[in-house]
Design a protein around this ligand. Sequence first.
Ligand SMILES: [Zn+2]
Length: 144
Amino acid sequence: MANRHPLRRADRRLRPAARPVRVPWPPHGKVEAVARERTSSACPDDAPLVGPVRTCVGCRERAAGRELLRVTAGSDTHGQPAVVPDPNGTAPGRGAHLHPTSECYDLAVRRKAFTRALRARVGLSSAPVGDYLAHIDTASRPTD
Ligand SMILES: [Zn+2]
């Protein structure tokens, strides 16, 4: 009974041994201790809300001022009173803040929140902000 076939042995030797790769893994307790140490140490870069906290006039949620788009009362390209985007936050006068998303923009338009937040005596056209958001929306959208 020659069940050890020579061909079979050769075949076995040709194949690279599929050895499990051993990854050195520290004991569980040690890993936990390291993780706890990292989360407890106060890292200034991780602070989510630094600087001024503003309320979005659309969804009414509070967020760091730099996450929101500042808008001010100004005039559109036709000289009509309008809400205009102030991405640099440098325009003088009263400003309102908004998440730079079409969702929050739509909410703000529906509630007439811009006019109220900017204390405008007349209704403001919010088209410039809508145009601005549509522009940055298409610029940041992945092309697929
Ligand atoms: Zn919002």
